[in-house]
Write a new protein. Structure first.
Length: 459
Protein backbone atom coordinates (compact mmCIF):
# COMPACT_ATOMS: atom_id res chain seq x y z
CA UNK A 1 0.00 0.00 0.00
CA UNK A 2 1.55 3.31 -1.07
CA UNK A 3 0.20 6.82 -1.43
CA UNK A 4 0.39 10.24 0.12
CA UNK A 5 -2.07 11.35 2.82
CA UNK A 6 -2.77 14.82 4.22
CA UNK A 7 -3.87 14.94 7.89
CA UNK A 8 -5.36 18.21 9.18
CA UNK A 9 -6.19 18.42 12.92
CA UNK A 10 -5.43 21.01 15.59
CA UNK A 11 -4.60 18.37 18.24
CA UNK A 12 -0.93 17.44 18.12
CA UNK A 13 -1.37 13.97 19.67
CA UNK A 14 -4.06 13.05 17.12
CA UNK A 15 -1.79 14.12 14.26
CA UNK A 16 1.07 12.10 15.74
CA UNK A 17 -1.11 9.00 16.24
CA UNK A 18 -2.50 9.19 12.70
CA UNK A 19 0.97 9.67 11.21
CA UNK A 20 2.36 6.66 13.09
CA UNK A 21 -0.45 4.33 12.06
CA UNK A 22 -0.70 5.46 8.42
CA UNK A 23 3.06 5.27 7.92
CA UNK A 24 2.89 1.78 9.39
CA UNK A 25 0.32 0.99 6.68
CA UNK A 26 2.74 2.18 4.00
CA UNK A 27 1.44 5.71 3.37
CA UNK A 28 3.50 8.88 3.16
CA UNK A 29 1.97 11.44 5.53
CA UNK A 30 2.00 15.22 5.70
CA UNK A 31 0.11 17.00 8.51
CA UNK A 32 -1.21 20.46 9.27
CA UNK A 33 -2.60 22.05 12.44
CA UNK A 34 -4.85 24.64 10.77
CA UNK A 35 -6.43 25.66 7.50
CA UNK A 36 -3.63 28.01 6.46
CA UNK A 37 -0.97 25.30 6.75
CA UNK A 38 -3.25 22.80 5.03
CA UNK A 39 -3.74 25.13 2.05
CA UNK A 40 0.01 25.50 1.67
CA UNK A 41 0.32 21.72 1.52
CA UNK A 42 -2.44 20.95 -0.98
CA UNK A 43 -1.57 23.87 -3.26
CA UNK A 44 1.98 22.56 -3.59
CA UNK A 45 1.52 18.78 -3.35
CA UNK A 46 -0.79 16.10 -4.70
CA UNK A 47 -2.46 13.70 -2.27
CA UNK A 48 -4.36 10.45 -2.69
CA UNK A 49 -6.38 10.75 0.55
CA UNK A 50 -7.02 13.65 2.97
CA UNK A 51 -8.37 13.66 6.54
CA UNK A 52 -9.87 16.92 7.84
CA UNK A 53 -11.07 17.73 11.34
CA UNK A 54 -14.44 19.50 11.27
CA UNK A 55 -13.30 22.14 13.78
CA UNK A 56 -10.07 24.07 13.15
CA UNK A 57 -8.72 27.28 14.75
CA UNK A 58 -9.00 29.41 11.60
CA UNK A 59 -11.64 27.61 9.51
CA UNK A 60 -13.91 24.57 9.45
CA UNK A 61 -13.75 21.23 7.69
CA UNK A 62 -16.58 22.04 5.27
CA UNK A 63 -14.87 25.18 3.96
CA UNK A 64 -11.55 23.39 3.70
CA UNK A 65 -13.24 20.48 1.90
CA UNK A 66 -14.61 22.80 -0.80
CA UNK A 67 -11.26 24.57 -1.22
CA UNK A 68 -9.40 21.27 -1.38
CA UNK A 69 -11.75 19.84 -4.04
CA UNK A 70 -11.23 22.98 -6.12
CA UNK A 71 -7.53 22.10 -6.18
CA UNK A 72 -7.72 18.28 -6.24
CA UNK A 73 -11.28 17.25 -7.27
CA UNK A 74 -10.48 13.54 -7.61
CA UNK A 75 -8.89 13.09 -4.17
CA UNK A 76 -11.22 11.61 -1.50
CA UNK A 77 -11.60 13.41 1.84
CA UNK A 78 -12.46 11.75 5.18
CA UNK A 79 -14.02 14.08 7.74
CA UNK A 80 -13.06 13.67 11.43
CA UNK A 81 -15.79 14.85 13.79
CA UNK A 82 -16.90 14.75 17.41
CA UNK A 83 -20.26 13.27 18.30
CA UNK A 84 -21.66 16.76 18.83
CA UNK A 85 -21.04 17.65 15.18
CA UNK A 86 -22.21 14.41 13.59
CA UNK A 87 -24.92 16.24 11.66
CA UNK A 88 -22.21 18.40 10.10
CA UNK A 89 -20.37 15.26 8.98
CA UNK A 90 -23.47 14.06 7.19
CA UNK A 91 -23.65 17.44 5.44
CA UNK A 92 -20.00 17.00 4.47
CA UNK A 93 -20.83 13.66 2.84
CA UNK A 94 -23.51 15.44 0.80
CA UNK A 95 -20.87 17.98 -0.25
CA UNK A 96 -18.48 15.35 -1.51
CA UNK A 97 -16.64 13.85 1.47
CA UNK A 98 -15.90 10.15 0.96
CA UNK A 99 -16.56 9.14 4.61
CA UNK A 100 -16.33 10.36 8.19
CA UNK A 101 -14.91 9.16 11.49
CA UNK A 102 -16.22 10.09 14.94
CA UNK A 103 -13.90 10.96 17.82
CA UNK A 104 -12.69 9.11 19.73
CA UNK A 105 -11.92 6.68 16.91
CA UNK A 106 -10.22 3.31 16.89
CA UNK A 107 -6.95 3.30 14.95
CA UNK A 108 -7.76 -0.07 13.38
CA UNK A 109 -11.08 1.32 12.16
CA UNK A 110 -9.31 4.38 10.82
CA UNK A 111 -6.75 2.21 9.00
CA UNK A 112 -9.50 0.14 7.35
CA UNK A 113 -11.44 3.27 6.33
CA UNK A 114 -8.42 5.00 4.80
CA UNK A 115 -7.36 1.90 2.88
CA UNK A 116 -10.89 1.32 1.59
CA UNK A 117 -11.28 4.92 0.46
CA UNK A 118 -7.84 4.84 -1.14
CA UNK A 119 -8.55 1.61 -3.02
CA UNK A 120 -11.87 3.01 -4.28
CA UNK A 121 -10.09 6.16 -5.42
CA UNK A 122 -7.43 4.18 -7.27
CA UNK A 123 -10.14 2.10 -8.94
CA UNK A 124 -12.06 5.21 -10.05
CA UNK A 125 -8.83 6.73 -11.34
CA UNK A 126 -8.03 3.58 -13.33
CA UNK A 127 -11.54 3.57 -14.81
CA UNK A 128 -11.19 7.24 -15.73
CA UNK A 129 -7.81 6.60 -17.34
CA UNK A 130 -9.19 3.67 -19.33
CA UNK A 131 -12.18 5.75 -20.42
CA UNK A 132 -9.90 8.55 -21.59
CA UNK A 133 -7.89 6.01 -23.58
CA UNK A 134 -11.08 4.64 -25.15
CA UNK A 135 -12.28 8.14 -26.01
CA UNK A 136 -8.90 8.86 -27.57
CA UNK A 137 -9.17 5.68 -29.61
CA UNK A 138 -12.88 5.72 -30.51
CA UNK A 139 -14.16 9.25 -29.81
CA UNK A 140 -15.44 11.79 -32.29
CA UNK A 141 -11.92 12.98 -33.10
CA UNK A 142 -11.42 9.65 -34.88
CA UNK A 143 -14.18 10.44 -37.36
CA UNK A 144 -11.99 12.11 -39.95
CA UNK A 145 -13.13 14.87 -42.28
CA UNK A 146 -13.72 18.60 -42.58
CA UNK A 147 -16.70 18.52 -44.94
CA UNK A 148 -19.93 20.09 -43.77
CA UNK A 149 -21.68 16.73 -44.12
CA UNK A 150 -19.42 14.94 -41.65
CA UNK A 151 -19.27 17.92 -39.29
CA UNK A 152 -23.09 17.91 -39.15
CA UNK A 153 -22.98 14.22 -38.21
CA UNK A 154 -20.45 14.87 -35.42
CA UNK A 155 -22.51 17.74 -34.04
CA UNK A 156 -25.62 15.55 -33.97
CA UNK A 157 -23.74 12.73 -32.23
CA UNK A 158 -22.57 15.15 -29.52
CA UNK A 159 -26.17 16.12 -28.83
CA UNK A 160 -27.32 12.49 -28.73
CA UNK A 161 -24.43 11.49 -26.46
CA UNK A 162 -25.51 14.14 -23.94
CA UNK A 163 -28.76 12.21 -23.40
CA UNK A 164 -28.98 9.08 -21.29
CA UNK A 165 -30.68 6.44 -23.41
CA UNK A 166 -31.95 7.86 -26.70
CA UNK A 167 -32.33 5.07 -29.26
CA UNK A 168 -30.39 5.93 -32.41
CA UNK A 169 -30.71 4.63 -35.97
CA UNK A 170 -27.67 4.96 -38.22
CA UNK A 171 -28.55 4.95 -41.91
CA UNK A 172 -26.26 4.89 -44.92
CA UNK A 173 -24.46 2.83 -47.49
CA UNK A 174 -22.04 0.10 -46.54
CA UNK A 175 -18.62 1.42 -45.63
CA UNK A 176 -19.66 4.92 -44.56
CA UNK A 177 -18.47 4.46 -40.97
CA UNK A 178 -21.63 3.59 -39.05
CA UNK A 179 -19.67 1.37 -36.67
CA UNK A 180 -17.24 4.22 -35.87
CA UNK A 181 -20.13 6.56 -35.14
CA UNK A 182 -21.74 3.97 -32.85
CA UNK A 183 -18.55 3.65 -30.79
CA UNK A 184 -18.07 7.42 -30.69
CA UNK A 185 -21.63 7.85 -29.45
CA UNK A 186 -20.97 5.37 -26.65
CA UNK A 187 -17.60 6.67 -25.49
CA UNK A 188 -18.60 10.33 -25.69
CA UNK A 189 -21.57 9.66 -23.37
CA UNK A 190 -21.84 9.01 -19.64
CA UNK A 191 -22.20 5.32 -20.54
CA UNK A 192 -18.62 5.22 -21.81
CA UNK A 193 -17.26 3.55 -18.67
CA UNK A 194 -19.69 0.66 -19.15
CA UNK A 195 -19.78 -2.11 -21.80
CA UNK A 196 -20.11 -1.56 -25.54
CA UNK A 197 -21.56 -4.69 -27.15
CA UNK A 198 -21.40 -5.06 -30.92
CA UNK A 199 -23.19 -7.67 -33.01
CA UNK A 200 -23.87 -7.97 -36.73
CA UNK A 201 -27.32 -9.41 -37.36
CA UNK A 202 -26.23 -11.09 -40.61
CA UNK A 203 -23.23 -12.81 -39.04
CA UNK A 204 -25.24 -15.57 -37.34
CA UNK A 205 -28.31 -17.67 -38.15
CA UNK A 206 -31.50 -16.79 -36.25
CA UNK A 207 -31.13 -19.38 -33.48
CA UNK A 208 -27.56 -18.38 -32.65
CA UNK A 209 -28.34 -14.67 -32.92
CA UNK A 210 -31.18 -15.05 -30.41
CA UNK A 211 -28.97 -16.82 -27.89
CA UNK A 212 -26.19 -14.27 -28.37
CA UNK A 213 -28.59 -11.40 -27.74
CA UNK A 214 -30.76 -12.79 -24.95
CA UNK A 215 -28.74 -15.64 -23.48
CA UNK A 216 -30.26 -18.89 -22.26
CA UNK A 217 -30.93 -20.97 -19.17
CA UNK A 218 -29.38 -24.38 -18.55
CA UNK A 219 -31.35 -27.05 -20.39
CA UNK A 220 -33.12 -24.58 -22.69
CA UNK A 221 -32.01 -26.67 -25.68
CA UNK A 222 -29.57 -29.42 -26.55
CA UNK A 223 -26.02 -28.60 -25.43
CA UNK A 224 -27.23 -25.76 -23.19
CA UNK A 225 -25.26 -27.14 -20.26
CA UNK A 226 -25.13 -23.99 -18.16
CA UNK A 227 -26.66 -20.54 -18.01
CA UNK A 228 -25.33 -17.98 -20.45
CA UNK A 229 -25.86 -14.22 -20.29
CA UNK A 230 -26.62 -12.53 -23.59
CA UNK A 231 -25.13 -9.34 -24.97
CA UNK A 232 -28.15 -7.30 -23.93
CA UNK A 233 -27.75 -8.37 -20.32
CA UNK A 234 -23.97 -7.92 -20.39
CA UNK A 235 -24.43 -4.40 -21.77
CA UNK A 236 -26.40 -3.20 -18.73
CA UNK A 237 -25.71 0.53 -18.19
CA UNK A 238 -23.84 0.56 -21.50
CA UNK A 239 -24.62 0.37 -25.21
CA UNK A 240 -25.68 -2.36 -27.63
CA UNK A 241 -24.81 -1.77 -31.29
CA UNK A 242 -26.79 -3.91 -33.71
CA UNK A 243 -25.48 -3.67 -37.25
CA UNK A 244 -27.53 -4.70 -40.29
CA UNK A 245 -30.72 -4.69 -38.23
CA UNK A 246 -32.78 -4.72 -41.42
CA UNK A 247 -31.88 -8.39 -41.78
CA UNK A 248 -33.34 -9.40 -38.41
CA UNK A 249 -36.18 -11.92 -38.56
CA UNK A 250 -39.72 -10.90 -37.53
CA UNK A 251 -39.60 -13.13 -34.42
CA UNK A 252 -36.47 -11.42 -33.12
CA UNK A 253 -37.87 -8.02 -34.08
CA UNK A 254 -40.78 -8.63 -31.69
CA UNK A 255 -38.42 -9.55 -28.83
CA UNK A 256 -36.24 -6.52 -29.48
CA UNK A 257 -39.30 -4.27 -29.44
CA UNK A 258 -40.11 -5.46 -25.92
CA UNK A 259 -36.60 -4.62 -24.77
CA UNK A 260 -36.98 -1.08 -26.10
CA UNK A 261 -40.45 -0.53 -24.70
CA UNK A 262 -40.23 -2.27 -21.33
CA UNK A 263 -36.45 -2.41 -20.74
CA UNK A 264 -36.70 -6.11 -19.93
CA UNK A 265 -36.49 -9.54 -21.56
CA UNK A 266 -36.33 -13.24 -20.78
CA UNK A 267 -33.45 -15.55 -21.49
CA UNK A 268 -34.23 -18.49 -23.79
CA UNK A 269 -35.88 -21.08 -21.59
CA UNK A 270 -36.28 -18.57 -18.76
CA UNK A 271 -39.40 -17.45 -16.92
CA UNK A 272 -38.03 -14.42 -15.05
CA UNK A 273 -37.91 -10.93 -16.51
CA UNK A 274 -34.44 -9.38 -16.52
CA UNK A 275 -34.42 -5.59 -16.43
CA UNK A 276 -31.69 -3.65 -18.19
CA UNK A 277 -30.64 -0.03 -18.57
CA UNK A 278 -29.00 0.46 -21.94
CA UNK A 279 -28.83 2.53 -25.09
CA UNK A 280 -29.55 0.77 -28.37
CA UNK A 281 -27.80 1.92 -31.53
CA UNK A 282 -28.99 0.20 -34.70
CA UNK A 283 -27.56 0.48 -38.19
CA UNK A 284 -28.62 -0.59 -41.64
CA UNK A 285 -27.84 0.09 -45.29
CA UNK A 286 -31.36 -0.99 -46.28
CA UNK A 287 -34.47 1.12 -46.79
CA UNK A 288 -36.48 0.31 -43.67
CA UNK A 289 -39.44 2.45 -44.75
CA UNK A 290 -39.81 0.38 -47.89
CA UNK A 291 -39.42 -2.82 -45.87
CA UNK A 292 -42.24 -1.64 -43.58
CA UNK A 293 -44.47 -1.09 -46.62
CA UNK A 294 -43.55 -4.54 -47.92
CA UNK A 295 -44.31 -6.12 -44.53
CA UNK A 296 -40.78 -7.46 -43.95
CA UNK A 297 -39.96 -5.10 -41.06
CA UNK A 298 -42.24 -4.30 -38.14
CA UNK A 299 -43.72 -0.83 -38.32
CA UNK A 300 -43.82 -0.41 -34.52
CA UNK A 301 -40.16 -1.39 -34.21
CA UNK A 302 -39.19 0.97 -37.03
CA UNK A 303 -40.78 3.94 -35.28
CA UNK A 304 -39.23 2.86 -31.97
CA UNK A 305 -35.78 2.73 -33.56
CA UNK A 306 -36.19 5.88 -35.60
CA UNK A 307 -36.22 8.26 -32.60
CA UNK A 308 -33.07 10.05 -33.77
CA UNK A 309 -31.98 8.97 -37.25
CA UNK A 310 -28.42 9.77 -38.34
CA UNK A 311 -27.82 9.70 -42.09
CA UNK A 312 -24.21 8.84 -42.90
CA UNK A 313 -23.08 10.64 -46.08
CA UNK A 314 -21.48 8.55 -48.84
CA UNK A 315 -17.87 9.39 -49.63
CA UNK A 316 -18.77 10.70 -53.11
CA UNK A 317 -20.75 13.50 -51.41
CA UNK A 318 -17.82 14.55 -49.21
CA UNK A 319 -15.12 14.64 -51.88
CA UNK A 320 -13.12 17.27 -50.01
CA UNK A 321 -12.45 14.68 -47.29
CA UNK A 322 -10.80 12.17 -49.65
CA UNK A 323 -7.25 13.64 -49.44
CA UNK A 324 -7.56 14.00 -45.65
CA UNK A 325 -8.74 10.40 -45.25
CA UNK A 326 -6.10 9.11 -47.66
CA UNK A 327 -3.32 10.80 -45.67
CA UNK A 328 -4.82 9.50 -42.40
CA UNK A 329 -4.82 5.92 -43.71
CA UNK A 330 -1.32 6.36 -45.13
CA UNK A 331 -0.03 7.35 -41.69
CA UNK A 332 -1.97 4.47 -40.10
CA UNK A 333 -0.54 1.79 -42.39
CA UNK A 334 2.94 3.30 -42.32
CA UNK A 335 2.89 2.54 -38.59
CA UNK A 336 1.25 -0.87 -38.97
CA UNK A 337 3.58 -2.11 -41.71
CA UNK A 338 6.64 -0.27 -40.36
CA UNK A 339 7.09 1.72 -43.55
CA UNK A 340 7.95 5.36 -44.14
CA UNK A 341 6.12 6.45 -47.28
CA UNK A 342 6.36 10.22 -47.45
CA UNK A 343 3.07 11.02 -49.11
CA UNK A 344 0.70 10.61 -52.05
CA UNK A 345 1.49 12.12 -55.44
CA UNK A 346 -0.89 14.61 -57.06
CA UNK A 347 -1.63 12.11 -59.87
CA UNK A 348 -2.59 9.49 -57.28
CA UNK A 349 -4.83 12.00 -55.48
CA UNK A 350 -6.48 12.89 -58.80
CA UNK A 351 -7.24 9.22 -59.31
CA UNK A 352 -8.76 8.98 -55.83
CA UNK A 353 -10.83 12.13 -56.36
CA UNK A 354 -12.15 10.98 -59.75
CA UNK A 355 -13.42 7.64 -58.44
CA UNK A 356 -17.06 7.17 -57.32
CA UNK A 357 -16.22 5.02 -54.25
CA UNK A 358 -19.16 2.59 -54.17
CA UNK A 359 -17.55 0.99 -51.10
CA UNK A 360 -17.13 4.39 -49.45
CA UNK A 361 -14.55 4.97 -46.70
CA UNK A 362 -13.98 1.24 -46.21
CA UNK A 363 -13.00 0.89 -49.88
CA UNK A 364 -10.66 3.91 -49.63
CA UNK A 365 -9.04 2.40 -46.56
CA UNK A 366 -8.52 -0.90 -48.40
CA UNK A 367 -7.05 0.88 -51.42
CA UNK A 368 -4.51 2.77 -49.30
CA UNK A 369 -3.70 -0.34 -47.24
CA UNK A 370 -2.94 -2.29 -50.41
CA UNK A 371 -0.88 0.58 -51.83
CA UNK A 372 1.23 0.85 -48.68
CA UNK A 373 1.64 -2.90 -48.20
CA UNK A 374 2.85 -3.59 -51.73
CA UNK A 375 4.86 -0.37 -52.15
CA UNK A 376 8.66 -0.52 -52.30
CA UNK A 377 9.13 3.17 -53.09
CA UNK A 378 9.02 6.43 -51.17
CA UNK A 379 5.55 7.67 -52.12
CA UNK A 380 2.17 6.34 -53.23
CA UNK A 381 1.93 6.84 -57.00
CA UNK A 382 -1.04 6.70 -59.36
CA UNK A 383 -0.24 3.14 -60.47
CA UNK A 384 -0.18 2.00 -56.83
CA UNK A 385 -3.89 2.81 -56.50
CA UNK A 386 -5.97 -0.22 -57.51
CA UNK A 387 -9.67 0.61 -57.71
CA UNK A 388 -12.79 -1.48 -58.23
CA UNK A 389 -13.26 -5.16 -57.57
CA UNK A 390 -10.17 -7.29 -58.12
CA UNK A 391 -9.82 -11.07 -58.34
CA UNK A 392 -7.52 -12.81 -55.95
CA UNK A 393 -4.48 -13.62 -58.04
CA UNK A 394 -3.85 -17.15 -56.82
CA UNK A 395 -3.32 -19.69 -59.64
CA UNK A 396 -5.32 -22.83 -59.09
CA UNK A 397 -2.48 -25.03 -60.36
CA UNK A 398 -0.01 -23.75 -57.74
CA UNK A 399 -2.30 -23.17 -54.81
CA UNK A 400 -4.90 -25.89 -55.23
CA UNK A 401 -7.63 -23.27 -54.72
CA UNK A 402 -10.79 -22.59 -56.67
CA UNK A 403 -10.62 -19.10 -58.22
CA UNK A 404 -12.87 -19.21 -61.30
CA UNK A 405 -15.97 -21.36 -61.48
CA UNK A 406 -15.52 -24.17 -63.98
CA UNK A 407 -17.90 -24.38 -66.92
CA UNK A 408 -19.68 -27.41 -65.46
CA UNK A 409 -20.32 -25.59 -62.18
CA UNK A 410 -19.13 -26.17 -58.64
CA UNK A 411 -20.46 -26.40 -55.10
CA UNK A 412 -21.25 -22.92 -53.73
CA UNK A 413 -20.20 -23.81 -50.19
CA UNK A 414 -16.85 -25.09 -51.47
CA UNK A 415 -16.38 -21.90 -53.49
CA UNK A 416 -17.04 -19.81 -50.36
CA UNK A 417 -14.65 -21.93 -48.33
CA UNK A 418 -11.98 -21.65 -51.03
CA UNK A 419 -12.22 -17.86 -51.26
CA UNK A 420 -12.20 -17.55 -47.48
CA UNK A 421 -9.12 -19.74 -47.22
CA UNK A 422 -7.33 -17.66 -49.87
CA UNK A 423 -8.21 -14.39 -48.16
CA UNK A 424 -7.00 -15.69 -44.79
CA UNK A 425 -3.75 -16.76 -46.40
CA UNK A 426 -3.29 -13.35 -48.04
CA UNK A 427 -3.84 -11.55 -44.72
CA UNK A 428 -1.84 -13.99 -42.55
CA UNK A 429 -5.03 -14.99 -40.76
CA UNK A 430 -6.07 -11.45 -39.77
CA UNK A 431 -9.86 -11.69 -39.57
CA UNK A 432 -10.41 -7.91 -39.79
CA UNK A 433 -8.32 -7.61 -42.96
CA UNK A 434 -9.92 -10.76 -44.38
CA UNK A 435 -13.35 -9.22 -43.88
CA UNK A 436 -12.22 -6.02 -45.61
CA UNK A 437 -10.87 -8.02 -48.55
CA UNK A 438 -14.12 -9.97 -48.93
CA UNK A 439 -16.46 -7.07 -48.15
CA UNK A 440 -17.90 -8.65 -45.00
CA UNK A 441 -17.60 -7.95 -41.28
CA UNK A 442 -15.14 -9.55 -38.86
CA UNK A 443 -18.06 -11.33 -37.13
CA UNK A 444 -19.11 -12.80 -40.47
CA UNK A 445 -15.54 -13.98 -41.12
CA UNK A 446 -15.45 -15.71 -37.73
CA UNK A 447 -18.84 -17.37 -38.31
CA UNK A 448 -17.86 -18.60 -41.78
CA UNK A 449 -14.53 -19.92 -40.43
CA UNK A 450 -16.42 -21.97 -37.85
CA UNK A 451 -18.93 -23.05 -40.48
CA UNK A 452 -16.20 -24.37 -42.79
CA UNK A 453 -13.89 -25.65 -40.04
CA UNK A 454 -11.07 -23.21 -40.85
CA UNK A 455 -8.56 -22.10 -38.25
CA UNK A 456 -6.51 -18.94 -38.01
CA UNK A 457 -3.40 -18.13 -36.03
CA UNK A 458 -4.31 -14.44 -35.79
CA UNK A 459 -7.45 -12.36 -35.31
Amino acid sequence: MTGSVLVVDDERMIRWSLRQRLEQDGFQVMDAENGTSARDHFQQNTFEVALFDMRLPDTDGMTLLKEFHDEQPDTPVIIITGYSSLEGAVDAIKCGAADYLSKPFDLDELSITVQRVHESSVMRRDIKTELNQKRSQFGLDNIIGNSREIQDVKQLIRKIAAGQSTTTLLLGESGTGKDLVARALHYESTRGAHPFMNITCTALPESLLESELFGYEAGAFTNAIGRKKGLIELANRGTVFMDEIGDMTPALQAKLLRVLEEKCFKRIGGVTDIHVDLRLVAATNRNLEQMVREGTFREDLYYRLNVVPVQMPPLRKRAGDIPILAQYFLDLFNREFRKNLEGITSDALDRLNDYAWPGNVRELRNAIERAVLLNDGDVVKRDDIVLGRTLLNVPRESQGELVILPIDGCDLAEAEKSLLRQALARTNGNQTHTGAMLGISRDQVRYKMEKHGLRSSSS
